[in-house]
Design a protein around this ligand. Structure first.
Ligand code: NAP
Length: 313
């Protein structure tokens, strides 16, 4: 049987949970659907130092606090993987693997996922030395040599986290300048057990029958191959949007990100998008929360216009 809500939110990260707080506080019936634990990427983040009101807070702790806020006014949360979203005008249908929901408004808050590098050995050794989450797996590499691939904020921040656990961290980057923020760079440069391997393209992840032993790299300036020994390889080479099941809505760009205007509204009336899944997002927790607040407030106005048009008719 189809379950009816005013608002169905796809994803329960910071953006989705904030939209849920605003919408449920406005007395709308709200359901958050997530294919994982609420909190999204906050669960994979060690320390958050740039979220207002906290000098420093662990990502999973911030997720818990936001979840408590988001459900306080009656919003519900269920596990489910969205397979399809269909627009019928004033109502929308959301189909998950085992349920069907109807809503007046859909908020896409499904976030993004760490990208794979796509080299030989990556899939084979995934979970056997190759990881995408330093917070989850770093402790397995205490006092060992590890490598981090990438030069963005994620790579550098997680390398600093790993440096507290591992004996040595090598950051393998394909250029000789980092994309990460200056403050993160400064910290990494001054961390004794972090070294950089510049201008190195990752060619393969190698290992024995059981686990990873090294990364094979190519120096793009010298055109020479070499080996970086490591028992843990942490891949942070960017992110891709979680928009599977949303293709038919016509709100995605050619890379799969959702396009919105500044009020978080997509080109389909009643379909909003917030947080990292948005094409123009700066992909910060505080920004995701801001997006959620905008959508959570404006979707109420949209639902009001639906009621007004029914009265007029
Ligand atoms: P990102 O900023 O896109 O950086 C990806 C890094 O991976 C880049 O250095 C890129 O190299 C490298 N890369 C991409 N494809 C590669 C490949 N095939 N082989 C080798 N290297 C490759 O991604 P991110 O670090 O995951 O960050 C995503 C977003 O979240 C960013 O907007 C970031 O600012 C934000 N973020 C913010 C914080 C914070 O503020 N505390 C923390 C984490 C993330 P090039 O530089 O050569 O392109």
């Amino acid at each position: 049987m189809t379950q009816k809500y005013d608002v169905v939110i796809i994803g329960a990260g910071p953006a989705g949970m904030t939209a849920a707080t605003y919408a449920s506080r406005a007395n709308l019936s709200v359901l958050m659907i997530d294919k994982g634990i609420y909190g999204g990427q906050m669960n994979d983040t060690a320390e958050v130092e740039n979220y207002p009101a906290f000098d420093s807070i662990l990502g999973p702790d911030l997720a818990e606090k936001m979840y408590a806020s988001s459900t306080r006014f009656g919003a519900e949360y269920v596990f489910g993987e969205v397979q399809d979203v269909i627009d019928h005008g004033n109502t929308k249908t959301v189909v998950t693997d085992d349920e069907t929901y109807e809503a007046k408004v859909i908020v896409i808050a499904s976030g993004a996922t760490h990208r794979h590098i796509g080299v030989l050995g990556e899939d084979k050794y995934s979970g056997r030395g190759v990881s995408y989450c330093a917070v989850c797996d770093g402790a397995f590499f205490k006092n060992e040599d590890v490598a981090v691939i990438g030069g963005g904020d994620s790579a550098i921040e997680e390398a600093i986290y790993l440096a507290n656990l591992a004996k040595h961290v090598t950051i393998i980057h394909r250029r000789d300048t980092l994309r990460a923020s200056k403050i993160a760079q400064k910290r990494a440069f001054s961390t004794k057990n972090i070294d950089f391997s510049w201008n190195k393209q990752t060619e393969a992840i190698v290992g024995d029958d059981e686990k990873v032993t090294a990364v094979k790299v190519l120096d793009t300036k010298e055109n020479q191959e070499s080996i970086v020994p490591a028992s843990g390889i942490f891949v942070y080479v960017g992110i891709t949007p979680n928009t599977q099941g949303l293709n038919k809505l016509g709100v995605l760009d050619d890379q799969g990100w959702v396009e919105t205007d500044e009020s978080m509204q997509t080109k389909v009336p009643g379909v909003f998008a917030v947080g990292d899944v948005r094409k123009d997002s700066i992909r910060q927790i505080a920004a995701a929360v801001g997006d959620g607040a905008v959508a959570g407030k404006l979707l109420f106005d949209y639902i009001q216009t639906l009621s007004d048009s029914q009265v007029e008719a």
